[in-house]
Design a protein around this ligand. Structure first.
Ligand code: AMP
Length: 402
């Protein structure tokens, strides 16, 4: 059973509680530095407003742990939302209580109210039934569109659903879209299906690699994690001062044989951009992996590796990317990550489905101005990883009302 989509709900003249994900980055002046998540919430809100509903939006921001921390207020989000929706967005000073209830009750179709940070109350993360009930009191219909927190069972995305009848709960367009790309597109991918993995560590990504190895034709490994594979038996290469997780060598060996058994083509870097220090003025060399020794660290994939990766990517029909190819936050080591982003943008133009799994790879795409040039960029790092690892998301399951 799939959850209902927002389109299947009767919303005319109703107050609709929308759990959105407005956990956006703010700078010291409390300005929003990346509004991807706010933009991504617009289709659901606009649909509800166009169909005669009043919309009550709720989200968390940061980890205030039950305290009213002013730097984690959602007030800047209300302002940005109002600009994007081109209509006023009322802002409530809290998310539960009589004052908020009155504001909610007074809403007319076409009006929007954003509640203050849900995590100013501990009840939210504890999935406390009283807190869930207090939230549910505000509306007639419940819609969850917060993919970024869907891997957590909290009041606003799990507990609250018990207080609405099944006919009045559903998934927003963003949640449906994330599920479509991260589950359905990968369950039965148009082949060849290539997974590009990077980032610092294998830790935390073991289930992910194994789950994807069940489905992929090629797995290309870059980033710091590649060196743990290169150092592990049977390869046992000297990788100099590169990042190696000594306690994960056995696991790397296991993953390599797991892929070999399944005839999955696991490709490791043959060369790298090496330096002794990680800095913007580091002296760098493009070296074969076998030339690494001493303090020299591999900090990006090299030109030969890029060529190999590029030709596999160009021959693929579905590509999933998770994790940077190097220390892309520093100029001398950004090229591998930048080129992968550019190549993905190009193959998307030629008809491939390209999916970027949130977190650092999404940050890299934004850094290179390519966010809107791939098929789908996930808005949830942790949720995307769990979903791709084959774990069910409690918030999505709760919407099924089984
Ligand atoms: P993760 O959180 O595991 O996805 O790792 C992301 C981080 O990995 C980024 O901040 C990159 O700077 C870092 N990273 C990527 N490649 C390397 C590398 N070769 N050595 C050390 N760190 C790396």
């Amino acid at each position: 059973m799939q959850p209902k989509s927002v389109k299947d709900l009767s919303v005319k003249g109703k107050r609709v509680f929308v759990r959105a994900d407005y956990n956006v980055p703010l700078n010291e002046a409390l300005e929003i530095t990346d509004d991807l998540r706010i933009q991504a919430s617009l289709p659901t809100i606009q649909y509800l407003l166009d169909n005669g509903a009043a919309v009550i939006l709720a989200s968390h921001l940061g980890r205030p742990k039950g305290e009213r921390i002013p730097q984690m207020s959602l007030a800047p989000v209300a302002k940005r939302l109002s600009e994007l929706l081109k209509r006023p967005v009322q802002f409530a000073n809290d998310c539960i209580g009589s004052e908020v209830e009155q504001m909610a009750k007074a809403l007319k179709p076409g009006q929007v109210l954003l509640l203050e940070n849900l995590r100013y109350h501990n009840g939210e993360t504890k999935n406390d039934p009283d807190f869930s009930a207090a939230l549910a009191k505000l509306a007639d219909v419940y819609v969850n569109d917060a993919f970024g927190t869907a891997h957590r069972a909290h009041s606003s995305n799990v507990g609250i659903t018990k207080f609405f009848v099944k006919e009045a709960t559903g998934a927003g367009f963003l949640l449906m879209k994330e599920m479509a790309f991260l589950v359905h597109a990968i369950e039965k991918p148009v082949r060849p299906f290539t997974v590009i993995m990077g980032g610092a560590k294998i830790s935390g990504k073991i289930d992910l690699i194994k789950s994807l190895a069940e489905k992929a034709d090629h797995i290309l490994i870059g980033g710091g994690m590649a060196f743990t594979f290169l150092a592990a038996p049977p390869l046992e290469q000297d990788v100099g001062g590169s990042m190696v997780e000594a306690d994960k060598l056995d696991l790397a060996t296991e993953i390599m044989s797991f892929c070999a058994d399944r005839k999955v083509d696991l490709v490791l870097p043959s060369d790298c951009v090496a330096a002794e220090t990680i800095s913007n003025d580091a002296a760098v060399k493009n070296l074969p992996i076998r030339s690494l020794s001493g303090e020299l660290k591999g900090l990006d994939i090299g030109s030969q590796t890029l060529k190999t990766f590029e030709s596999i990517i160009r021959d693929s029909k579905t590509i999933l990317w998770n994790g940077p190819m190097g220390v892309f936050e520093f100029k001398p080591f950004e090229n591998g990550t930048r080129r992968i982003a550019e190549i993905l943008a190009e193959v998307t133009q030629s008809g491939a489905t390209t999916i970027v799994g949130g977190g650092d790879s999404a940050a890299a795409l934004a850094q290179f101005g390519l966010t809107d040039q791939v098929t789908h960029v996930s808005t949830g790092g942790g949720a995307a990883l769990e979903l791709l690892s084959g774990i069910k998301l409690p918030a999505f399951e709760a919407l099924k009302g089984e």
